[in-house]
Design a protein around this ligand. Structure first.
Ligand code: G4P
Length: 528
């Protein structure tokens, strides 16, 4: 197949949701439709099981599974679909944010009874800011839930989206009768006993259709008519350009567990979702159809076996063809590396692959060369942008418990930070090291991994920090800025990239500092 056709047929996306909304179930159903798995239950959930929050070993074990489910690729109607896994657990939110830098679109899953939940709000905000095309899937229609119109309202107000329903439920829970597809102009009626089965599909021109009336009955028909009038009156019609620009979000209703609405979602998705998109670098925008290969690392997965300290770096191919055993430039290290066994991922298995195309994810074995955000190219010296670090939520000093092992400890900290487990800040005043994480859990993970993988022992010491803020100012010589550097010396640190960071100890002091030094901008992310 031609290079351009290979690009055009790829759809690389992520499914995001609050835990338990049905992300794993939906992923599995999509794989079933794609023929990539034969039975439900085959995909091991990468989600952290409930109740496991106090047992980090169990969490790490479960996360270990995620190598297999990091990318789930399958073919459907001659399209190659790459689903990138995004952990729902909030302690791993940063993993998810980074994965979102590698997707071309997302599907957001919302539980019909719970509506928009906290984690969904955060993740959608990241997508919205980056103008990622979003499709919303309202799940669990087999259960009683909120009114469909109320939910659409909630999606608009809480998520800041502009929605256009492409399907609509007829009834809900016990009274669920079927799904009206705005997209395909038909109605799927489900069997009343076995609600997993479509009893019939009615394609109709007008609501006066006899068969429609006979099948759903007068009452449901009146309700449907009213709903459709409202839908047409209130919501804008679907427009693909607006969807692709991130300004309009189609909504589907269904039940992943019971297969309603899932195939409709998939059929529409492959028609409207974007093929691999261009991406910005520090020098220029790279288009997928450029022949020279380029890609970037968005995730590093450590091998959980302490005897083999190799890791898997996940690269998103942005342009050109990635070929096995071909030397590519590691731009940060300015050296060429070739890879004898790059992995491609298919549903549950990974296999060595000779060629990968834009949109694909390649897994490269790494012994410590890569860190998140690294760019790999055929030779051009460019750096992909848009993989920011976010301000951590928890901060602690890290202390070495064994002076004989200082080297091992430093190496371990360096590598874990490159993997993106946490962030390191070094205080300007005294060189003390501060570790910042998204969830408290990561401290245990770090301590355990330093001991078992690097034979280094560490302890943590509490530190009262509210946020890490990256700093920018128009004029470094400004007197007020110099005053800030002097007065706040105790709270200034360098991140691992050498960028200056202000560690604010409270929301109040951050606000106060901002008022006192209006010419300084404080950013919650490292890219601005
Ligand atoms: P997540 O990955 O977003 O965290 O959610 P997951 O798919 O694991 O689904 C969470 C729970 O919701 C699961 O039940 C799953 O079976 C159920 N679920 C998913 N889709 C639907 C649906 O359309 N209707 C109904 N009624 N339930 C749905 P569980 O009991 O927590 O787990 P399990 O024992 O079934 O795996």
């Amino acid at each position: 197949m031609e290079f351009l056709q290979e690009i055009e047929r790829r759809r690389t996306f992520g499914i995001i949701s609050h835990p338990d909304a049905g992300k794993t179930t939906l992923t599995e159903k999509l794989l079933l439709y794609g023929g990539a798995i034969q039975e439900a239950g085959a995909v091991k959930s990468n989600k952290i099981k409930k109740g496991a929050t106090s047992d980090f070993m169990e969490i790490e074990r479960q996360r270990g599974i995620s190598v297999a489910t990091s990318v789930l690729a399958f073919y459907y109607q001659n399209k190659k679909i790459n689903i990138l896994d995004t952990p729902g657990h909030k302690d791993f939110a940063e993993d998810t944010y980074r994965t979102l830098t590698a997707v071309d679109s997302v599907i957001v899953v919302i539980d019909v009874a719970k509506g928009v939940e906290e984690q969904t709000e955060k993740l959608v905000e990241v997508c919205r800011l980056r103008k990622i095309p979003i499709i919303v899937f309202i799940n669990k229609l087999d259960r009683e839930g909120k009114d469909a119109f109320d939910l659409l309202d909630e999606v608009e107000t809480k998520l800041g989206l502009r929605v256009t329903p492409l399907s609509f439920p007829i009834g809900m829970g016990y009274n669920f009768k079927g799904i009206y597809s705005v997209w395909e102009k038909n109605i799927q009626i489900f069997e009343s006993k076995n609600k997993q089965k479509v009893a019939k599909t009615i394609t109709y021109q007008t609501l006066k259709d006899n068969e429609l009336q006979k099948t759903i009955g007068d009452e449901a028909l009146v309700e449907l008519k009213e709903s459709l009038e409202l839908l047409e009156g209130v919501y804008p019609p679907f427009n693909q350009e607006e969807y692709l620009a991130g300004n309009l979000q189609p909504v589907f209703f269904g039940s992943a567990l019971n297969n309603f609405g899932v195939q409709e979602l998939l059929d529409c998705f492959i028609q409207i979702a974007p093929a691999p998109l261009p991406k910005s670098t520090d020098k220029r925008i790279i288009k997928p159809n450029e022949t020279a290969f380029s890609g970037f690392v968005f995730k590093i997965h450590a091998n959980m076996d302490p005897n083999h300290r190799d890791r898997l770096a996940f690269i998103k191919v942005v342009s050109g063809t990635f070929k096995r055993n071909t030397p590519y430039l590691h731009v940060r290290h300015k050296k060429k590396i070739k890879f004898s066994s790059p992995n491609a991922f298919f549903a549950e298995k990974k296999e060595v692959v000779d060629k990968s195309f834009p949109g694909d994810i390649v897994g490269l074995h790494d012994t410590g060369n890569f860190k998140i955000g690294d760019t790999l190219t055929s030779g051009e010296e460019i750096h992909y942008k848009g993989i920011p670090r976010f301000s951590p939520e928890h901060f602690r000093f890290i202390n070495n418990c064994d002076p004989m092992k200082a080297k091992q400890l430093n190496k371990g900290i360096n590598q874990l930070m490159d993997e993106g487990v946490a962030q390191l800040f070094t205080l300007n005043l005294n060189g003390r090291k501060v570790i910042g994480t998204v969830g408290a859990l990561q401290f245990e993970v770090i301590q355990y991994r330093l001991e078992h993988e690097y034979s280094a022992k560490c302890s943590f010491e509490n530190l009262n920090i509210y946020k890490a803020c990256w700093i920018s100012t128009e004029d470094n010589e400004n007197e007020n800025y110099r005053d800030f550097l002097k007065v706040k010396q105790k709270f200034l640190a360098q991140d691992k990239q050498g960028q200056l960071v202000y560690l604010a100890d409270s929301a109040f002091s951050l606000e106060f500092t901002q008022e006192k030094y209006p010419e300084i901008t404080f950013h919650y992310t490292s890219e601005f």
